[in-house]
Write a protein that binds this ligand. Structure first.
Ligand SMILES: [Zn+2]
Ligand SMILES: [Zn+2]
Length: 239
């Protein structure tokens, strides 16, 4: 399995006025390349990646609105994502049943429900091909069935919107927003995942001195027995 990180800093383009594409991950295996998420920045552009299929984590604009004009390939998503996806003319729709490993172009995806948004309920994916297994979750407060999601996973690919500050808000009985990287590293420690890669980076990462922040993150991770890296646009990883 080969991973290509795309648009790792999609969240903050307006504040910095620099243009980063919305966050996606391309998972390649054999001849296939499956794109996870396709935000609005990718509208009219994702086709050049020639994805064999697209898989969605949730219906927020920065994850799904690149599909406004449809897609030249199959698009896979959980029922709750199809129900909340607005204004996208996707013809070749496929349903991913949560907690049911589903083979897409030779790569297995298992969707785990995560807390993140009421209007756009989200999942994370356990992605396996050959001997490699990763967990990808760009936006979340927490994973409902964390132990099963992270069991024997080699790398946790997580939400970089905030490092230490809490971006969690309460709406009635549910929580919305993003958990800090620090919390996610603690989950890795608890579930025995020794490597973490941070993507979908927010202003706390992007506007800080990258070397200082990397050192701080590495120390935070080392305390938990985890190795951490911040993803960059175009970063590739073979597993
Ligand atoms: Zn979101
Ligand atoms: Zn997002």
């Amino acid at each position: 399995m080969e991973l290509t990180f795309l648009g790792t800093r999609g969240e903050i383009e307006k504040r910095t006025r620099r243009h980063y594409m919305h966050t996606s991950l391309l998972v390649s295996y054999g001849d296939a390349g499956v794109m996870i998420d396709c935000g609005l920045d990718w509208l009219g552009k994702f086709e050049r990646l020639r994805p064999s299929a697209i898989v969605l984590t949730h219906a927020h604009p920065d994850h799904a609105w690149g599909l406004r004009n449809g897609a030249p390939c199959a698009v896979h998503a959980p029922q709750k994502t199809w129900e909340t996806l607005r204004g996208c003319d996707v013809r070749d729709r496929h349903l991913i049943k949560e907690r049911t490993p589903t083979k897409i172009c030779g790569i297995t995806f298992e969707a785990f429900s995560v807390e993140h948004s009421i209007l756009a309920p989200a999942v994370g994916y356990r992605v396996s091909a050959g001997r490699a297994s990763i967990f990808y979750v760009p936006d979340l407060v927490f994973i409902h069935d964390r132990a099963a999601a992270l069991k024997n996973v080699q790398i946790y690919l997580g939400d970089g919107v905030t490092v230490t500050r809490s971006f969690i808000r309460r709406r009635g009985k549910t929580l919305i927003g993003h958990s800090p990287v620090r919390t996610q590293l603690t989950w890795c420690e608890k579930e025995g995942v020794s490597q973490a890669i941070i993507t979908h980076c927010g202003s706390e990462i992007v506007t800080s001195d990258e070397r200082k922040l990397s050192a701080k993150l590495r120390a935070m991770a080392a305390e938990r027995g985890v190795e951490v890296r911040i993803a960059f646009d175009g970063m590739k990883l073979k597993l």
